[in-house]
Write a protein that binds this ligand. Structure first.
Ligand code: PMP
Length: 426
């Protein structure tokens, strides 16, 4: 049995009082706290091997390059991707948002005829369509909405069940022969629901569309195997998986990465550059990693991936399942509505809720005064909030370090909010 109380002790930030109360951190969907192994990895990098990667003939450059590439391998292992040299499927980005914009921009280049014949499989034209869902984070919705506008394609979307689940069963009708790209979230950052991606992937491939998965909220919480899911691309951020900020990853099937035109241009991504001829770009992943990379942070993200694998994604998921059950007790409080599935199955411990009659900012402040950190607002997912008929919500989200007591403390505090604000219970 994994001892999660000793894991919690690896996060010194949690051991403090906020406004005179022990901190209860329930905002991991925004960003997760970092274990000492990750903090120390970054420090160790700077105090022992700091140097630019892939350049320079000196020993430190060789060591930092090796550490950087090893980190890529660890991250690949976490999501079931290949890390063999010459078959790397992991591209370093500055975050999920950057990965999604990279894809949308690269598809845009293909649509303009750039990248030769191989890139044409990504080209999008008037009459084609791009499919997303109403549950998307703006980081998925907006890059693909802009791509649709740029190319004249139609933007379509999966609708949601009443409880916010993506209606994967509509794949046959939503994804038609003109679909070129399908981009959906693996787990919603608002409802916490795990998408049933299999029918979506199957249908996308049936019609020859490129399947993009937003794995931001799945990689930290449940086992993810990109090969088993058979998605073409996936993105996620290191800072939500107990790693540093400023780093993210893009998984792509090797053949697709080789066919994809780069979207960021600069140093360290070119074989040959001329004044009067187009440049010849390096093979992936280098061709997508223009400029100086956040090496220390990538190395620390690799340590985070290793640290999670050491605990085991199944153990992490079971631990959080228990927390989810406790958090869902929020829905039993009079005047509190869960915005998402109320059953702990097929969902994670990211629980958005409405306290009827109390503005989310007031809820957030009330809880903060008791040392409880949650997120309030629309969580960069306005359409899903509209689906529930609200503009904003409160969101508690669990991490590996949370205890059942943390969740119970929140539930207890929320149960006093409406009377505090003078709203009488029915
Ligand atoms: N997608 C989802 C589902 C997210 O939760 C987030 C982060 N809130 C993002 C995309 C964007 O990630 P980042 O801000 O780290 O680029």
């Amino acid at each position: 049995m994994t001892d999660f109380s000793s894991i919690r002790r690896e996060f010194p930030i949690l051991n403090q009082d906020i406004h005179g109360h022990p901190l209860v951190y329930l905002d991991s969907a925004a960003t997760a706290q970092k274990p000492m192994a990750v903090v120390e990895a970054e420090q160790k990098f700077y105090t022992t091997i700091n140097a630019g990667v892939h350049r320079g003939a000196h020993e430190l450059a060789a060591r930092s390059t090796m550490a950087f590439e090893e980190a890529r391998g660890k991250v690949a292992a976490l999501v079931g991707a290949s890390a063999e040299e010459g078959n790397e499927e992991i591209v370093v980005t500055s975050g999920a948002t950057a990965g999604l914009n990279l894809l949308a921009a690269a598809f845009g280049y293909a649509s303009m005829g750039r990248g030769g014949k191989a890139a044409q499989r990504f080209a999008i034209h008037k009459g084609d369509n791009i499919v997303v869902s109403r549950a998307e984070h703006h980081s998925v919705l907006l890059p693909f909405q802009e791509l649709a506008a740029r190319t004249g394609a139609e933007l379509r979307w999966f609708d949601l069940e009443e409880d916010g689940r993506i209606r994967s069963q509509d794949a046959q009708s939503i994804i038609d022969e003109r679909a070129r790209v399908v981009a959906v979230t693996h787990v919603s950052n608002t409802t916490g629901a795990i998408t049933d991606v299999a029918p979506i992937v199957k249908r996308a491939h049936e019609v020859g569309a490129i399947m993009v998965l937003d794995a931001c909220q799945s990689v930290p919480h449940i086992p993810v195997d990109v090969h088993a899911l058979d998605v073409d691309f996936a993105v996620w951020s290191a800072h939500k998986m107990y790693g540093p900020t400023g780093v993210g990853f893009l998984y792509g099937k090797r053949g697709l990465l080789e066919a994809l035109h780069p979207a960021n241009f600069g140093g360290s991504m070119v074989e040959l550059a001329w004044m009067d001829q187009p440049a010849q770009y390096m093979m992936p992943p280098a061709r997508f990693e223009a400029g100086t990379q956040p090496v220390a942070q990538v190395v620390a993200a690799g340590v985070a991936a290793e640290w999670m694998m050491h605990i085991g994604m199944d153990a992490i998921a079971s631990h959080e399942q228990v927390l989810t059950q406790e958090l869902l007790k929020l829905g039993t409080i009079d005047g509190v509505r869960i915005l998402g599935p109320t059953n702990a199955e097929n969902r994670i411990g990211t629980v958005a809720f409405e306290v009827q009659g109390v503005h989310p900012h007031d809820v957030g402040q009330y809880l903060d005064a008791q040392g409880i950190a949650i997120r309030v607002g629309h969580h960069c997912a306005q359409p899903v909030h509209r689906h529930f008929g609200v503009y904003a919500s409160n969101r508690a989200s669990s991490g590996i370090y949370n205890t059942v007591d943390d969740a119970a403390t929140l539930v207890e505090a929320v149960s006093g909010i409406r009377s505090f604000f003078g709203i009488s219970t029915r």
